[in-house]
Write a protein that binds this ligand. Structure first.
Ligand code: HEM
Length: 407
């Protein structure tokens, strides 16, 4: 017989836990040693590898990522109406299964590999001016711009439109802002512009197919079923939301880790074949997405506990990634770490597992290989400033470094 969750005596945590990411990680990890479950001011959080996997793989827990607006008390009807539009990021059940089945082939490792030479060119172009100086602030000069040309190339948007994409990505990503109410107009304008642009691109690709994601998505078909134009627009927006800020922040966190662990940077330089492992270890050690959110779509009995319908649950992937029962010596940052057969959690798990994981892996691997060659002796050259922690995507805001120039 399961115990109702509100009858348990659980450790209590503030959902936002202040703004310092390191303090937050410490509190979460200490709590995880006492209990797999903790109470937060807006629900509960699971803290161990097994229970995080358990919740993410259980289809009764539905994505709450579309509820950010409600959680912040937003009442603007036009905005809420837009958020109700089906998106792969928060659709559930048959609607999600259908979307995922149609789009998955376009996001295969093979499709991502197609872009590797382009990724190398982008990294090299960004490093050229840095390499001439041997120093720089690499969030602005390298990490922030890196994903935009790649997403554009993926979609088949020409170079002259990169600037517009960069602006739309910045504006539409304000949906993760802690001050959403002030950002609604900017967000909706960016959404309208992306959608209009996408409609135009769809028209072009329908008459003239190419080797790109949009063409693949237009052609995607299963048993006569296809994506509608509105669904294609939604997918483009999802790719911009899911695929830009995540990658740039993950690259930034990686470079902080490498600057603080110079011997690991040297190993990578000498053994570039370790890049895939290095990406997994960086994401285990410091994932740009530290957690995600779910709600109980029905009464759920899990691990001997009854969670009533509507219960809000967060899953602390960043804490599960330090679970000693899965990752021995979790505090050791070691890119030669043998794979343990269980994945790091920073791409999520279950039906919402990151659709762009192959692409993100390829982007990070290519960046690691080129940067370790061209920026040896990477070292911090000042204080690393971080973006506000919030609950969304996290990474450095400023990362001044020096390295050996001229390579
Ligand atoms: C290092 C970079 C990335 C990280 C850390 C990351 C992380 C995640 C996580 C944790 C989820 C699951 C969210 C949840 O369960 O609520 C997710 C989903 C998703 N990601 Fe990524 N992501 C990255 C890169 C990308 C890229 C490059 C793309 C697209 C090109 C992308 C597109 C998506 C989409 C569309 C979903 C929703 C999938 C679904 O709900 O079925 N992501 N990502």
């Amino acid at each position: 017989m399961a115990t109702p969750v509100d009858e348990l005596s659980l450790p209590k945590l503030d959902f936002f836990l202040g703004t310092n990411r390191e303090d937050r990680r410490k509190v979460l990890r200490t709590t995880a040693k006492q209990s797999w479950l903790a109470q937060t001011d807006i629900g509960y959080t699971v803290l161990t590898y097994e229970t995080i996997m358990g919740v993410l793989r259980d289809k009764r827990w539905h994505s709450a990522t579309g509820l950010g607006a409600q959680l912040q008390g937003i009442t603007n009807p036009e905005y809420l109406n837009r958020r109700r539009r089906v998106s792969i990021l928060n659709a559930e059940g048959d609607v999600h299964v259908r979307l995922r089945r149609l789009v998955a082939p376009a996001f295969s490792p093979r499709s991502a590999d197609r872009l590797r030479p382009f990724m190398r060119d982008v990294v090299n172009e960004l490093v050229d001016p840095l390499s001439a100086k041997g120093s720089g602030e690499i969030v602005q000069e390298l990490c922030e711009p890196y994903p935009i040309p790649i997403i554009c190339e993926l979609l088949g948007a020409p170079k002259e439109d990169w600037q517009s994409f960069s602006k739309w990505a910045t504006d539409v990503l304000r949906i993760f802002s802690e001050n959403l109410a002030n950002e609604l107009d900017v967000i909706m304008k960016a959404q309208d512009e992306i959608n209009a642009y996408t409609r135009n691109l769809i028209e072009q690709r329908r008459s003239e197919p190419r080797e790109d994601l949009l063409t693949d998505l237009i052609a995607a078909e299963e048993e006569g079923d296809r994506l509608t134009s509105e669904e294609l627009e939604m997918m483009v927006e999802a790719v911009i939301i899911g695929g830009t800020d995540t990658t740039r922040n993950q690259l930034g966190l990686a470079l902080v880790l490498f600057a603080n662990n110079p011997e690991q940077w040297s190993i990578l330089r000498e053994r570039p074949e370790l890049a895939p492992r290095a990406v997994e270890e960086v994401m285990r050690y410091h994932g740009a997405v530290g957690g995600t959110i779910r709600f109980a779509s029905e009464d759920i009995e899990y691990n001997g506990v009854l969670f009533p319908k509507g219960t809000f649950m967060s899953t602390s992937m960043g804490t599960g990634n330090f679970d000693e029962s899965v990752f021995p010596q979790p505090d050791l940052f070691d890119i030669t770490r043998e794979p343990v057969g269980q994945p790091q959690l920073s791409f999520g798990a279950g039906i919402h597992y990151c659709l762009g994981a192959s692409l993100a892996r390829a982007e990070l691997q290519e960046a690691f290989i080129t940067l370790s060659q061209r920026m040896p002796n990477l070292a911090l050259n000042g204080t690393v400033e971080y973006k506000p922690t919030g609950v969304g995507i996290f990474g450095p805001a400023s990362l001044p470094v020096t390295f050996t120039k001229g390579l």
